[in-house]
Design a protein around this ligand. Structure first.
Ligand SMILES: [Fe+2]
Length: 293
């Protein structure tokens, strides 16, 4: 994925682009895969930077809910978007936006979360001019609502909105073709997927939408989920088609697996859903509501 700047590695080997393909699942376009990587730029970040097309990328983490928040920005115009912010860390995100000199355009969600309250509402206050964004199908309140096929643009970059229901009815995946990446929310997790037993969940829908809208992307596309509970940060279409223990099964087997997960009731769902349906602006616990006053 795109990074701003080149991080040099201490690795002394001189691999080829093919070598990196096996590490990153991605290579820059228009490169001879058998050509050696120039000395001094040996590192995943080097490749990401080379193919970045001037996009700044940060993957941020919330330790409590294991949520990933993504900051994407156009280096030239400074226009930026945040995907899936967490309210308790909205100040961290706003500070980073300020320190990088960015203009936050959209505070976006992949879906109405059940495990944490979105930071959209608080970020709108902390970064005046930013707008909340979510899918029409989510039935949530937001400044901007998007439908499948629409594009979210910032600077010279764009994210294609794809409908990936099943975890919730309103789940969407944001695909950045120029970077060969996708932000999958809870539809597809690394070697897993979101649960389907509440919020209008449907195992059948999830199986179909993940296969048709995410796993149909080219094998080298890097996938960034909304959560990871084991310390992984990203995966690829190729990996998930090969190793996902649920989605490599038949649809009937998948439905059976999802029906027998025996998961506990999400501990924050009762406070998260009412707040997230209004993009974290209202229906907040008292301590968080005070932040918005
Ligand atoms: Fe979720």
């Amino acid at each position: 994925m795109a990074m701003s700047g080149v991080v040099r590695s201490s690795v002394r080997l001189r691999p080829t682009w093919s070598t990196w393909t096996s590490v990153t699942g991605n290579i820059p376009r228009n490169f001879n895969q058998n050509r050696a990587i120039p000395e001094g730029i040996c590192g995943i970040r080097a490749i990401a930077s080379h193919s970045s097309n001037n996009m700044i990328f940060r993957q941020l983490f919330d330790r409590e809910s294991c949520t990933y928040t993504y900051l994407l920005a156009d280096e030239a115009s400074k226009d930026a978007v945040l995907i899936d912010p967490v309210i308790e860390l909205a100040k961290r995100d706003a500070q980073l936006v300020e320190e990088l000199g960015l203009k936050l355009k959209y505070v976006m969600n992949t879906h109405v979360h059940a495990d944490h309250i979105t930071g959209s509402g608080l970020l709108k206050k902390l970064v005046p001019g930013s707008q909340s964004l979510i899918s029409v199908a989510s039935k949530a309140m937001a400044d901007v609502k998007v439908n499948p096929g629409e594009k979210v643009t910032f600077g010279c970059h764009e994210l294609e909105v794809r409908s990936t229901p099943g975890h919730t009815n309103g789940c969407i995946t944001y695909v950045c073709h120029e970077q060969r990446t996708a932000f999958t929310g809870d539809a597809l997790l690394i070697r897993g997927c979101g649960r389907t037993d509440f919020q209008e969940g449907s195992s059948e829908k999830l199986y179909d939408s993940v296969h048709s809208e995410i796993l149909s992307l080219p094998d080298d596309y890097i996938l960034y989920p909304a959560h990871d509970y084991k310390g992984q940060t990203a995966t690829t279409v190729r990996e998930e088609k090969q190793y996902n223990p649920r989605l490599t099964k038949t649809k009937d087997e998948f439905v059976d697996i999802m029906a027998n997960l025996g998961l506990a009731y999400p501990k924050k769902i009762d406070v998260s859903l009412p707040a997230n349906l209004v993009c974290g602006l209202y229906n907040l616990p008292d301590d968080l509501a005070a932040e918005l006053e």
